[in-house]
Design a protein around this ligand. Structure first.
Ligand SMILES: NNC(=O)[C@@H](O)[C@H](O)[C@H](O)COP(=O)(O)O
Ligand SMILES: [Zn+2]
Length: 380
């Protein structure tokens, strides 16, 4: 086998929101790849990283077979050191010229297995990534942007992007707790001035930022008391929300009681459901939060996350409120359709997930359920 095609051993992240033990796709994939990977039923296995990001090294697997024919794998050198040793050979001059690095691949590839909702978050673009890294290196581990794509491996749900403005206006008009938190003046301004039919309109985005900013700057104790009333209303007047939204608020309230995410996520962001094989693409500065399911995720090589709700981790509310795109769209527009792969042939089925960025595309190769491979390449 070519020395350029080799098996790697990725690294797992045990974030609290991950599925536990062997129910986690992360634990299954890691153990299937490396039988010495221990699975502890009491532990969450949230992410499996494969890439050259220094936060979680990936290793070349050293495969050996014992006299009795048992295949064992041990960690060899890191993928980062292999690339650094021969950058031209391993990355190619075009990738080096395009992305400027000689010690890393331009993307990071992950498996995520989600039991509890992830943080309401966004990721910086390149200029903000560099600023955050310089200003706050403790919370921002690199200077890169982090556009990302999620491909559903099982049924998957997520918040992605702001709801259509008409839906937000309707919720502001009909849900007292939401209306009172935002305040009559902004609610009226939004209702009178917003023009939902206008796509990508600057004034619409300013009005949306006013609503979101007012909400996100509300003191936590005030949020908690309003959230308690909101959850009670989903039970006393579910018709105001619709069954799906009422259920979602109740379900996430169990995970993060009286959290601001019940307002900024459930009432302002699109609730997106993906079937296996469907995908969403999140530009830098798009608000999102993954809710449940197993996915393959590919992103630019970064771990910069700007959080503001549904999380015990560091929240950077002002940075988030000031950086978002405030684009708004319906759920279907958020999905990324797989394209035909013209160079594919033979018995396999090919699906190309090709987002509008340079760092990666993802090619899914499946052999009628026998096995599926996901291959990435930097677009040049
Ligand atoms: N949208 N998904 C991602 O960005 C993942 O790659 C991140 O690693 C997770 O969002 C991190 O989530 P927490 O900050 O632990 O809530
Ligand atoms: Zn994200």
């Amino acid at each position: 086998m070519s020395d350029k095609l080799f098996n790697v051993i990725g690294g797992a992240q045990n974030y609290a929101w991950g599925k536990h033990g062997a129910s986690s796709a992360v634990a299954q994939f890691a153990h299937n790849n490396d039988p010495s990977f221990p699975i502890d039923e009491s532990k969450p296995y949230a992410e499996l990283w494969m890439g050259t990001h220094p936060s979680v090294p990936t290793y070349k697997a050293v495969v050996s077979t014992t006299e009795t024919g048992v295949v064992t794998k041990t960690k060899g050198e890191t993928l980062r050191s292999i690339i650094t040793a021969k950058p031209e050979e391993n990355l190619g001059s075009k990738v080096i010229a395009k992305f400027g690095a000689k010690d890393e691949i331009p993307f990071l590839f992950k498996v995520l297995s989600i039991e509890k909702v992830l943080s309401i978050q966004a990721h910086p673009d390149k200029s903000l990534g560099a600023q955050l890294r310089k200003a706050d290196p403790a919370h921002y581990p690199d200077a890169n942007h982090k556009p990302e794509m999620a491909i559903a491996v099982t049924d998957f749900e997520a918040f992605c992007g702001f709801k259509p403005l008409k839906q937000i206006d309707h919720l502001l008009q009909t849900i007292p707790e939401f209306r009172e938190l935002i305040g009559e003046q902004i609610v009226k301004e939004f209702h009178d001035e917003v023009q939902p039919e206008k796509k990508d309109d600057e004034n619409n985005k300013k009005l949306l930022q006013k609503v979101f900013g007012k909400l996100m700057r509300t003191p936590e104790d005030q949020i908690a008391s309003y959230a308690e009333k909101l959850v009670a209303r989903t039970k006393s007047q579910p018709e105001l929300f619709g069954d799906v939204l009422a259920d979602l608020i109740q379900r996430l309230n169990v995970q993060f009681p009286n959290d601001i995410g019940l307002f900024c996520g459930c009432l302002m962001l699109n609730h997106c459901n993906l079937k296996k094989g469907e995908a969403i693409f999140l530009q830098a500065r798009d608000p999102h939060a993954y809710i449940s399911g197993d996915i393959m995720e590919c992103m630019a090589a970064s771990d910069n996350v700007i959080r503001a709700g549904f999380t015990p981790k560091f929240k950077d509310v002002e940075v988030l409120v000031n950086c978002l795109t405030y684009s708004y769209n319906d759920v279907e527009q958020q999905k990324l359709q797989a394209a035909k792969f013209s160079r594919g042939s033979g018995a396999a089925n090919f699906a190309l997930y090709d987002p509008p960025i340079d760092e990666f595309s993802v090619l899914q190769i499946s052999f009628d359920g026998v096995s599926e491979l996901l291959v990435m390449k930097a677009q040049l």
